[in-house]
Ligand binder design. Structure first.
Ligand code: GDP
Length: 296
């Protein structure tokens, strides 16, 4: 991921050798390399433009400390701005409400909602010592309900059973009542996704949102989707009051640009990253660690 940024920056570091100060003129080439690397990594163009402008503003006129080479100083600025564009601080999951804290999972089919629901349940049980209930409102694909039940069994999470013919709103209301009576701290609700954005799907999830009043509405998006991830993110952010993002499949050969674009497009931070198919493959998202990974 972002191999090119690392390579391109190492060329730049050499060309800047011997400069005492970063100027608009001497960082031109460097910024061009950064811009190319970001575009190659599938970062959305408006995001690239803003990023370059911010790096330029921070770097120009910067005195180079004697312990650093000018190239290193510029890489330092790029690093800081990568962190900033991903939200700066790590964004924690919010569970501060009267239990059960409802987490609604939204996203297209195949993004990794069901898998992430199972992983998140495991993470909350292990990291936060919470009693979790997994609920599937994906009545379009009975296989999706079975998939979630399987993951619940695998992770030792309580699962809310669904009967044939039940509608998503009925399931949600019954599950909420069940979670209250059984003192679950958290209830994770998986929803139906479609292959493409569709008004009926958005309407259904909006109704679930109104009914469940989730403390977290997490948009699940596949990092491999590249530019499409940005368009999908925009549509979901407009339709739903999202509170955060789960970026999945960062272990794949994704070019990773979505990690840099998603916050700016949705206005919401990435809270978790999916880094493997298995149930342990979910990590809290740290902008600083991601920035270091990007820079290699
Ligand atoms: P949903 O339709 O949004 O519920 O998507 P699924 O949870 O069924 O996931 C679709 C596919 O992506 C499955 O084969 C998952 O195993 C896979 N998947 C989900 N998250 C990750 C991840 O972080 N890494 C990898 N490698 N695969 C993932």
């Amino acid at each position: 991921m972002f191999d090119n940024l690392t390579n391109r920056l190492s060329v730049v570091i050499k060309t800047l050798r011997g400069e005492a100060r970063l100027t608009e003129a001497n960082i031109q080439d460097a910024l061009r390399e950064v811009r190319m690397a970001l575009l190659e990594a599938d970062v959305a163009l408006p995001v690239v433009k803003e990023f370059i402008a911010r790096v330029k503003e921070k770097a120009v006129g910067k005195e180079v400390m004697s312990s650093l080479s000018p190239g290193q100083a510029l890489v330092g600025v790029v690093h800081q701005e990568l962190i900033a564009i991903m939200g700066g601080e790590k964004a924690d999951i919010n569970l501060a409400t009267v239990p059960p804290a409802v987490i609604l999972m939204a996203g297209l089919q195949g993004a990794g909602k069901t898998t992430s629901s199972g992983k998140l349940a495991k993470w909350l049980m292990e990291q936060k010592k919470k009693k979790v209930l997994l609920v599937s409102c994906d009545t379009y694909r009975p296989a999706a309900i079975q998939q979630l039940e399987l993951l619940a069994n695998q992770t030792g999470t309580d699962f809310f059973p669904v009967h044939a013919g039940q509608q998503p709103k009925e399931i949600a209301a019954a599950a909420l009542d069940f979670a209250r009576r059984h003192f679950h701290d958290v209830m994770i609700v998986d929803t139906a996704g479609r292959l493409a954005i569709d008004e009926a799907m958005m309407e259904e999830i909006r109704e679930l949102e109104t009914l469940l009043k989730p403390i977290e509405t997490l948009f699940v998006v596949d990092a491999m989707q590249g530019q499409d991830a940005v368009n999908t993110a925009k549509a979901f952010a407009e339709a739903l009051p999202l509170t955060g993002v789960i970026l999945t499949k960062l272990d794949g050969d994704a070019r990773g640009g979505a990690a840099l674009s998603v916050l700016q497009v949705t206005g919401k931070p990435i809270k978790f990253a999916g880094v493997a198919e298995k149930m342990t493959g979910l990590e809290a998202f740290h902008p600083d660690r991601m920035a270091s990974r990007i820079l290699g």
